[in-house]
Design a protein around this ligand. Sequence first.
Ligand SMILES: [Zn+2]
Length: 163
Amino acid sequence: MSQRIVIDSLAFGREAGSLHGDLNIAGLTRVLDLLADSAGYLTYRVDGRVSPSNRSQLQLQVDGVLSLCCQRCLEGVEYPLAVRSLLEFVDNEGELTQEEIEDDSRDFLAAQKELDVVALIEDEIILALPAAPRHESCALPKAGQGSAKVSPFSVLTGLKGKA
Ligand SMILES: [Zn+2]
């Protein structure tokens, strides 16, 4: 199943384009490396508009649940994803003022005739994920866990047998 969605970044903003749909998580190849489980879908929405400074912008939303790999026990940790990004397209980065570069309300990208929306969504997901996901409480996996711990009752049974 192809998940390629290509737009002209400038035209999409000028024409106030809008796209939405589902993405198969298993098809997001760069995100997959970070997941414990690739089942399910994410929903996305992309809206184009023009900024007050007359640049093309994309408002990007991605929602869904990802199963990340817990850094402690290596099992899946459910992570509710809610990406909200505002991207603004510029002809070249040299045209940005220092004030704009320091402005965290939006990110700047080079304008592209053929912008790969799925690749952009993957970038934004990767940026939004925690660096070291963990369960709130879980144990490190240990070899032979359970059998190593001797229950007081099994000790009693052992004594009974000897009596
Ligand atoms: Zn864990």
